[in-house]
Write a protein that binds this ligand. Sequence first.
Ligand code: 5GP
Length: 195
Amino acid sequence: MNFLEERIMKDGIVKPGNVLKVDSFLNHQMDISLMEEIGREFKRRFADKHVTKVLTIEASGIGIACFVAKEFGVPMVFAKKSKSINIEGEMYVAEVESFTHKNRNQVIVSKKFLSSDDHLIIIDDFLANGCALQGLISIAESAGATVEGLGIAIEKGFQIGGRVIRNLGYDLESLAIVDAMDAETGSITFREQKW
Ligand code: 5GP
């Protein structure tokens, strides 16, 4: 088991409805040493990439993305959730359905902060059905930016997102891939990884 898998086993809580709660160390209270280690691990996995920016989505991607951006020495940009509709023109816009809140949000990034010169690593805390990542990929495409890779802390391998994104040909790295989990027993099974 790697450092993140060990921490999930120690402090993660399996909830009904295919939700893994990691809010004591990853996306509410944050263990900063763990976040640093996550940043270093993504730098190692994407060491051969030319990266100009890290892109994520608010809110829970931001913490991780900061540490990844620090490792690469580049800015971090996050897509904001927005209710306003009169924003086309200055903003790149995508529709994202929230797995945890079950609602749809427009997410926006100012055109000032992404361009066709950019080479991106896209980061998020979780990958479930892949809506958040698809929204971020669509924003990168609108900007004409190159997606060098996508980094996820925890992929739920029993949901379709990972397969969809990999089938599109993207370099997707997930530090922990949960292949099965059970809310009744609390058991979690991780996929073997090459790293
Ligand atoms: P997707 O768009 O891939 O369906 O879902 C990814 C988004 O939903 C992530 O940004 C994450 O915030 C949230 N999410 C999905 N599954 C879980 C989960 O099991 N636990 C938590 N805490 N968040 C999740």
